[in-house]
Design a protein around this ligand. Structure first.
Ligand SMILES: O=P(O)(O)O[C@@H]1[C@@H](OP(=O)(O)O)[C@H](OP(=O)(O)O)[C@H](O)[C@H](OP(=O)(O)O)[C@H]1OP(=O)(O)O
Ligand SMILES: Nc1ncnc2c1ncn2[C@@H]1O[C@H](COP(=O)(O)OP(=O)(O)OP(=O)(O)O)[C@@H](O)[C@H]1O
Length: 304
């Protein structure tokens, strides 16, 4: 299978995030990102293998994740290929955004990736509200509403407009044609203008809560897997301080411990919390010790 080479250049792309397997780039003036598989520096992979892997991800998404979780939290994706010149330029361009522990891998030599909607620019209209129970836990007010039944809108022109009209429970097909930018340029402009009308910022919260499981195979151990790994991360120099977050607190069902967990995430977000405002993520490196940076403080006030 051959994939046409996109005419996107490094100037059209900016760093959005990175995990162990992928580097994610935002396509400027669009509502999409490209998720590019990484390979070990100095190694190479056959183009067919890279395409097969990306296709496997897409098939998993369509055949397993979407039916299981619904369209609210899963997206469409399609294959994309960047030119080798663009990939070479990107190595240099995104270098300063990347963490040292990630540098042993780089974007694959063929620039094969998946094009998908930018999750940080989705607007999801909330139709349910949470009510606090007597025991301090929360349930949805309209429990009979399934995720699919909730009305929501994906990021497109309508998503950025004020939602005065009654929304029906449907999902709008997102345009995966980011390469003609006029539509989305208008959208970006409209986004800023309408923000005062909506009187709110478009925030996207990425949380990686990990599992709250104590490893009982270790005698006398009272730490969960996350906390043990966190000790090691500090020891290896991959993190500078211990995380104040613990999944055992978050999943305890006790309000004060859950609050402690959320506070821990805001104080030491590390790899577990990311907040995006109108696309780019809010700088977390401004945090010092236990003091929230003013920007985090603002987000935190909004969540309370
Ligand atoms: O198991 P963990 O806790 O080390 O989780 C790994 C994650 O580490 P974390 O502690 O969240 O920084 C790790 O996260 P990062 O990419 O380092 O952010 C990966 O998600 C890894 O999955 P895979 O090997 O890429 O499929 C994760 O591995 P698996 O959970 O898939 O084994
Ligand atoms: N569709 C998206 N829209 C916006 N940002 C995204 C999107 N997909 C990924 N990102 C950002 O890029 C980061 C890395 O992506 P992702 O977690 O998919 O990489 P990965 O290498 O597959 O991760 P892991 O190995 O941890 O599973 C994410 O943490 C997130 O901040």
């Amino acid at each position: 299978m051959d994939i046409p080479i996109s005419d996107l250049t490094a100037d059209d792309l900016s760093f959005r995030g990175e995990g162990e397997e992928h580097i994610v780039l935002r396509i400027k003036n669009s509502l999409n990102v490209i998720r590019l598989r990484k390979i070990k520096v100095g190694s190479s992979m056959l183009m067919t293998e890279l395409i097969e892997r990306a296709q496997r991800d897409i098939i998993f998404l369509c055949k397993v994740a979407r039916p299981a979780y619904g369209p609210l939290i899963t997206d469409h994706a399609s294959l994309v290929r960047l030119s080798s010149a663009t990939v070479q330029e990107l190595h240099e361009k995104i270098k300063h955004h990347r963490k040292g522990m990630r540098m042993h891998k780089e974007i694959n030599n063929y620039g094969i990736g998946c094009l998908c909607p930018d999750a940080a620019l989705h607007y999801i209209q909330r139709t349910t509200s949470l009510v606090e129970n007597q025991n301090g836990s929360y349930t949805s007010k309209t429990e009979e509403q399934s995720m699919e039944k909730n009305s929501f809108i994906l990021a497109n022109e309508n998503a950025m407009k004020p939602h005065r009209e009654k929304q029906s429970p449907y999902i709008q097909e997102i345009s995966l044609t980011p390469f003609s930018n006029s539509r989305t340029e208008n959208l970006t402009g409209c986004t800023e203008k309408n923000s005062s009308y909506m009187n709110a910022d478009l925030l996207c919260i990425e949380i990686k809560p990990k599992s709250g499981i104590i490893d009982f195979s270790v005698p006398n151990n009272s730490f969960c897997k996350f906390c043990i790994k966190n000790f090691l991360k500090v020891e290896k120099g991959n993190e500078t301080t211990r995380s104040l977050y613990c999944p055992l607190d978050l999943f305890s069902g006790k309000k004060n411990l859950m609050q402690k967990a959320v506070d821990g995430l805001f104080i030491t977000p590390q790899n577990n919390l990311n907040v995006f405002k109108w696309g780019p993520n809010i700088e977390t490196s401004l945090q010092t010790g236990h003091n929230f940076s003013p920007r985090w403080q603002k987000v935190k006030c909004q969540y309370r």
